[in-house]
Ligand binder design. Structure first.
Ligand code: TRP
Length: 334
């Protein structure tokens, strides 16, 4: 008898441009895990609304992210890919979870504090309740495993607490989701400010390599990457710019930091940057080729959205009906 696969769920917010940091830190892991789990990958457009968006750009970006997920190797037949807003149960469960979440819990979220600092002209309540929507994303599918970056650990902790609280207040309903946090070394830093994480939403585009950047741009961005005023190549945490380039090199060549460091020992920064730039271009080429094929095929993309949403809604409805029944809402008469 085959055992039922565990449910894996993750998502990326469609803001900015998917970058090589997202690929190494998230998408590549999803691709590696997808066969072992019943996987759901979200494009969390409702989360993206917590920051002011240009409507036409948001719409295009969601479709582009869908095509990029597939181009990166997510198999849309074996897994479920959905745009969050296509499954209204996310928003419905969020409301119920809001009533179980304490103000103080959200007030402690470090990401909320950071985001309100960077976004001081628009500290909307969506930004504040963002982690509850994320908990709903996870719990609505009864997810067991959630791959996330270290910056999302606190949010995942809330999801776990809410699952436990609901189970305790009513009866066993939700599995307690486990985080899956990739090992150290998978963290790619900003090219211009190497002490912060590479971010797809960085306003300075020189900080990241987008998956869809042209070869010219990739070469330019890597050549401009900040290093330091030394000249020797070694791996040293106190030289974060250089360390980041060596890390990136080791990952893209499937080597180790030691092998990359040995390889460039005695060479110049310019040689490292040139080679790394070319490797990056070649690494992204198959993803870009695949992307260019599917982004034009609206019929194909819509078909994936339809089948993904159908599968997802079926599961989401089941969970939500259970929740509504347990908390005492009247079932709609049939
Ligand atoms: N908040 C996550 C991030 O910024 C994105 C996200 C939304 C997510 N819902 C999720 C991640 C559910 C994992 C599971 O990275």
């Amino acid at each position: 008898m085959t055992q039922k696969k565990k449910v894996l769920l993750s998502g990326i917010q469609p803001s900015g441009k998917l970058c090589i940091g997202n690929y190494i830190g998230a998408l590549k892991n999803w691709v590696n895990l997808q066969d072992d789990y019943d996987s759901i990958f979200l494009i969390v457009d409702l989360h993206a609304l917590t920051i002011k968006q240009v409507p036409s750009e948001l719409r295009n970006r969601c479709m582009s992210f869908l095509a990029q997920y597939i181009a990166c190797g997510i198999n849309p037949e074996k897994n479920t890919i959905v745009i969050q807003s296509h499954v209204p149960e996310h928003a419905e469960l969020t409301w119920v979870l809001n009533t179980l979440t304490y103000f103080g819990e959200l007030n402690r979220m470090t990401q909320f504090k950071d985001k309100s600092k960077n976004n001081s002209s628009n500290i909307n309540t969506g930004l504040f309740t963002y982690p509850v929507l994320m908990a709903a994303d996870i719990l609505i599918y009864q997810a067991d495993l959630v791959p996330v970056g270290a910056d999302q650990k606190q949010h995942l902790e809330l999801s776990r607490n809410l699952a436990q609280r609901f189970n305790h207040n009513y009866s066993d309903t939700f599995p307690i989701p486990e985080p899956f946090i990739p090992k150290f070394g998978a963290r790619i830093m900003s090219l211009q400010e190497p002490d912060k994480k590479m971010s797809k939403s960085d306003e300075n585009e020189n900080n990241f390599i987008a998956l869809l950047d042209t070869p010219d741009i990739i070469m330019k961005k890597i050549k401009r990457a900040v290093t330091d005023s030394n000249t020797n190549i070694e791996y040293n945490q106190n030289r974060p710019g250089l360390a980041n380039l060596l890390t990136l090199h080791s990952i893209l060549t499937k080597g180790t930091i030691e092998s990359s460091t040995m390889y460039f020992k005695g060479k110049m920064y310019s040689e490292l940057k040139n080679e790394l730039g070319e490797i990056c271009v070649e690494y992204l080429r198959p993803i870009q080729d695949e992307y260019n094929k599917i982004i034009k095929d609206k019929g194909y993309l819509n078909k994936i959205l339809k089948s993904g949403t159908e599968k997802a809604r079926y599961k989401a409805r089941r969970t939500l009906s259970k929740v509504y029944r347990k908390i005492g809402l009247v079932p709609f008469p049939r």
